[in-house]
Design a protein around this ligand. Structure first.
Ligand SMILES: CCOCCOc1ccc(-c2cn(C[C@@H]3NC[C@@H](O)[C@H]3O)nn2)cc1
Length: 447
């Protein structure tokens, strides 16, 4: 048996996002977001699922926080729905929305749980999308105004801030792959969106500093780890592109004040480039305090001329997979954490890591053994990385409870807690109790 003891100030937590759990999509003065529009569009989301009700956490957050308190976690990562705070994106502030998040944050603080706030988790106010969304530089100013409202209202209570969740998903998955809202399929639009969100990130960080606020601020990229199918230079290069588009494309501007040359040239050859204006890169490169890293699975890649915008084909090597089809290999987390040391020995929080396991209750229990095994394997790699001197400060399991998994709807379940979406009844799974033990002990044992 091996015991993995974690540092005494290591923060254990769980993560969710507004559109995925809140529901109450027309309550409390909330404006429509691009995910309301996308999910209400036939064919975009599995079986026509949407976030109108979701987990109804808008009304049930106290019950959720009680379950978090019983879990024993030190922190809870949630996101704020921009269209609850400023319903039309950059007009009047909605006091009902402010009041809701004060109730949520106060309830967390009363439970002894540190709020970890994501400002943008994909749900852009629809009125801004109607005016071009992230393609339009006006959205940068609107975001900074929203961030200022949040900083002014909550900086006394919230000390951990993330500007954007998964910039690759916001730019490429949503504007090139077309799988997420708003569903564009154009490389130049993806580069425009990616660049403008980075400029908005930089301005928000500068504002946070200028306001002399207590706390830390960062960004949460989802990272890929790809290994080459063969030793050929073409396969190696295909892997590099796959890794760089998730991490370097966004982190090089922040930490190095420039886009990565190789990928910049790759996109240039495809006739696209980020719309950089004077001063943009300097603003983007505002120093940040922490990096949130979202990791789920690695891949084996090889060059293939018809394999999408990166000409990088994922090869199925027959690894065991979760129910969403992602291969399980926790060493990819260890490897990508070492890869990220290129940006320095920066403070890192694992802001998302978890498994899609769709088991439901049998006699009131959910035996999601595969999720427990997945978490155990990945937490062991977190310990391994800490042991190497990597500054890992916390781990947040995705997700607290089953929720709206974007284009997959409610079909794909990532929760430590099962949600019956007919009754909204919450049922802690086997993995909840296993994680509770790790959190309470601050150590984990493997047999
Ligand atoms: C054929 C082309 O296909 C491109 C890959 O398509 C996807 C889809 C989805 C993801 C994805 C989903 N998640 C989990 C979420 N992270 C944020 C939180 O809200 C979770 O719900 N991480 N990555 C990646 C890639």
């Amino acid at each position: 048996m091996t015991i993995f003891q974690f540092p005494k100030d290591f923060m254990w937590g769980t993560a969710t996002a507004a559109y995925q759990i809140e529901g109450a999509y027309q309550e409390g003065g909330r404006g429509l977001s691009i995910w309301d529009t996308f999910a209400h569009t036939p064919g975009k989301v599995f079986d026509g699922h949407n976030g109108n009700i979701a987990c109804d956490s808008y009304h049930r957050y106290e019950e959720d926080i009680l379950l978090m308190k019983e879990l024993g976690i030190q922190t809870y990562r949630f996101s704020v729905a921009w269209s609850r705070i400023i319903p039309d994106g950059d007009g009047e502030v909605n006091q009902e929305g402010i009041d809701f998040y004060h109730r949520l944050v106060d309830c967390l603080l009363d439970a002894g749980i540190v709020p970890f706030c994501t400002l943008y988790h994909w749900d852009l106010p629809q009125t801004l999308q109607d005016d071009g969304g992230w393609e339009n530089r006006r959205t940068i100013d609107a975001f900074v105004k929203y961030a200022e409202v949040m900083f002014r209202e909550f900086s006394g209570k919230i000390k951990f801030w993330l500007t954007f969740n998964e910039p690759w998903c916001i730019a490429f998955l949503s504007n090139l792959e077309g799988k997420h809202a708003p569903g564009n399929q154009d490389l130049q639009i993806a580069l425009n969106v990616g660049h403008h969100l980075l400029v908005a990130h930089g301005h928000s960080v500068k504002l946070f500093r200028d306001m002399q606020l207590e706390g830390q601020i960062g960004i949460a990229p989802n990272v890929a780890w790809a290994v080459p199918y063969s030793k050929s230079p073409e396969d190696r290069a295909a892997c590099d592109r796959n890794i760089e588009v998730y991490a370097d494309w966004f982190l090089d501007p922040i930490y190095k004040c420039s886009y990565p040359d190789s990928l910049y040239e790759w996109f240039l050859q495809a006739g696209a480039q980020p719309p950089v204006q004077d001063g943009d890169m300097e603003i983007i490169a505002q120093p940040i305090d922490l990096l949130g890293i979202n990791y789920y699975h690695p891949s084996v890649n090889r060059y293939h001329p018809e394999a999408g915008y990166l000409q990088s084909e994922e090869v199925d090597m027959g690894l065991f997979k979760t129910d969403i089809g992602w291969p399980i290999d926790a060493t990819g987390l260890y490897d990508v954490l070492h890869y990220l040391q290129k940006y320095g020995n920066v403070d890192i929080y694992i802001t998302e890591n978890g498994a899609c396991v769709n088991d439901g209750p049998v006699d009131g229990m959910v035996n999601d053994t595969l999720r427990t095994q997945y978490l155990q394997q990945h937490i062991a790699q977190v310990h391994r990385a800490i042991n190497d001197g990597i500054q890992l400060k916390g781990y947040m399991a995705w997700s607290l409870m089953d929720n709206f998994e974007w284009a997959e709807g409610y079909k794909m379940r990532f929760g430590l807690i099962h949600v019956d979406f007919r009754t909204l009844e919450r049922t802690p799974k086997e993995s909840y109790y296993w994680y509770q033990n790790v959190v309470r002990n601050n150590w984990m044992e493997t047999r």
